[in-house]
Design a protein around this ligand. Structure first.
Ligand code: FE2
Length: 280
């Protein structure tokens, strides 16, 4: 208990916490295998939705905005030839799967509601914890795209801003294959922007602070397979492109409190008939 108290203090100080050996390598392998099956079953014909944080307008298509309660597949930006055909196999081209693996897929649902996850969230004392979204991120060899410095609360805004991101390394994450980088203590810098649904349709950024991030303070979080990184919703973090020959798979969950006010302008909304986000 004392150890956890110290860790919680570290989390509150830094805005992130690295939990080594959170799960066994076999658990990582089960999740990887299931993602592989899902990709094999996926028919990419007609689905060209490229995820990139550099060009948000390109992701504000219906395929993305309607994925809150679905299992959908998003491609790497560099996956296509100019004529729109894939440069390599679909297995080597997908950026991520989102955003309801935790409710719709039995394997990911079981992990997302596992005793390890429940205990961690209970230790964080998040009141009435809800799983808002899940993502399987591939960070493909050679073409895995950069994700620019951001705060998750920009996309999942709650009042208070008490969301926690759970980022599980399913493979070793290194500087070479695009590990996370974070600004220690950066969660105290305030929320810089919100990504909100515009009344006229589509999405827009509401910017509160246009100062660039002090990216010289970013530190790499190189972690071994099975490590879970806990991320405060306000923590600035990023990952660089993967130009190596090794993939960097990760599974992420975002936990919010059912007691917080969840912004109706957020892109991600629970189905109106679902009673809100999934209870943990
Ligand atoms: Fe993030």
């Amino acid at each position: 208990m004392a150890a956890w108290t110290n860790q919680l203090q570290d989390y509150e100080r830094d805005g992130f916490l690295v939990l080594r050996d959170f799960v066994a390598p076999t658990t990582c392998d089960e999740l990887r295998l299931r993602a592989e099956e899902l990709v094999q079953e996926f028919d990419p014909a007609g689905v060209i939705s490229i995820f990139t944080t550099h060009e948000q307008s390109r992701v504000t298509d219906d395929y993305f905005l309607e994925s809150a309660d679905k299992i959908r597949f998003f491609f790497e930006e560099d996956a296509f030839f100019p004529n729109g055909t894939l440069k390599q196999s679909k297995e080597q081209s997908i950026n991520k799967i989102g955003h309801a693996l935790h409710t719709l897929d039995p394997v990911f649902r079981a992990f997302s509601h596992s005793s390890e996850v429940r205990k961690l969230v209970a230790d964080l004392a998040i009141a009435d914890p809800r799983l808002a979204q899940s993502m399987y991120i591939f960070k493909q060899p050679k073409i895995g795209g950069e994700v620019g410095c951001h705060q998750d609360s920009t996309f999942l805004y709650t009042e208070p801003t008490d969301i926690a991101g759970l980022w599980l390394a399913l493979e070793d994450a290194t500087i070479n294959n695009g590990c996370l980088w974070a600004i220690p203590g950066g969660h105290r810098l305030g929320l810089k922007s919100r990504w909100v649904r515009a009344p006229e349709g589509g999405m827009r950024f509401d910017v509160f602070d246009s100062e660039p991030w002090p990216e010289e303070q970013l530190q790499p979080l190189e972690v071994a397979k099975g490590t879970l990184i806990l991320l405060h919703g306000l923590l600035p973090h990023k990952s660089l492109a993967n130009r190596s020959t090794k993939s960097r798979h990760a599974y992420t969950l975002h936990v919010i409190s059912g007691k917080s006010r969840y912004a109706p302008e957020n892109w991600l909304q629970p189905r109106s008939d679902s009673g809100g986000f999934a209870r943990l």
